[in-house]
Design a protein around this ligand. Structure first.
Ligand code: GLN
Length: 231
């Protein structure tokens, strides 16, 4: 029989700028830990993926309305999201941090009183910031992608932004003029998401492929491709 005849292609939504998980390289190709993991798992399990870099919030909305088969976008597994989506096994550890401009005097949440804070639409870190807004008395401004959120802080329009620690660390290590001001909060994990009760076959293939690439060292090679071990 012809194996290729029943090779399925799945539409996978992702973010546009969320390095080291997904970003365009200098040849304008989408790369990153999420992209490489997805491709390695697809190869292992014999399916094809059509990667759609639509932005984080758009990807989540499109998954919810059934226009995508899955989302692989540094998406944190949260109780709230589990109401709408089914998640794969956790594949990467994360937590929320607050970042400020390198020369900023802001060093903790109390320093945010009366100030403007940049957050990213529909993100777990953004929702975390919103949950602190009243207590610490700050205002928020929302961006659809991480670059614009960081730039608002770098240019001094906002005094701080909230994002995930591995993403913030990577941005800083590649030249973004920010520094992390808080310890990571609400530690959790990223997972691959499908619509609740839908695409269980894809979810199962993802989990099986994930176990295989964890066992054969491919997962570690992918992570090390983007994150060099530093002391
Ligand atoms: N990790 C964050 C979340 O799960 C943001 C993801 C993203 O911006 N791509 O909401």
């Amino acid at each position: 029989s012809n194996v290729n005849a029943d090779t399925k292609t799945y539409n996978i939504g992702t973010d546009v700028t969320y390095p080291p998980f997904e970003f365009a390289n200098d040849k304008n190709q989408y790369v990153g830990i999420d992209i490489d993991l997805m491709k390695a798992i697809a190869k292992e399990e014999g399916f094809k993926v059509n990667i759609k870099p639509v932005g984080f919030n758009a990807a989540v909305q499109s998954l919810q309305s059934g226009q995508l088969d899955g989302v692989m976008a540094g998406m944190a597994i949260t109780d709230e999201r589990k109401q709408k989506f089914d998640f794969s096994k956790p594949y990467y550890r994360t937590g929320f941090v607050m970042a400020v401009a390198t020369d900023s005097k802001v060093s903790n949440l109390k320093d945010l009183k009366g100030k403007r804070v940049a957050i990213k639409t529909g993100t777990a870190a953004g929702n975390y910031a919103l949950s602190l807004k009243k207590k610490y008395g700050f205002k928020t401004v929302t961006f659809d992608d991480s670059d614009n959120m960081y730039n608002d802080v770098v240019h001094g329009n906002s005094v701080a932004c909230f994002d995930d620690e591995p993403v913030m660390q990577y941005a800083i290590s590649t030249g973004t003029k920010l520094r992390i001001a808080t310890k990571p909060a609400q530690l959790g994990h990223y997972g691959f998401a499908v619509m609740k009760g839908q695409n269980q076959e894809l979810l199962q293939k993802f989990n099986e492929g994930f176990d295989k690439i964890k066992a054969n060292g491919e997962y570690d090679r992918i992570v090390q491709r983007y994150i060099s071990k530093k002391t």
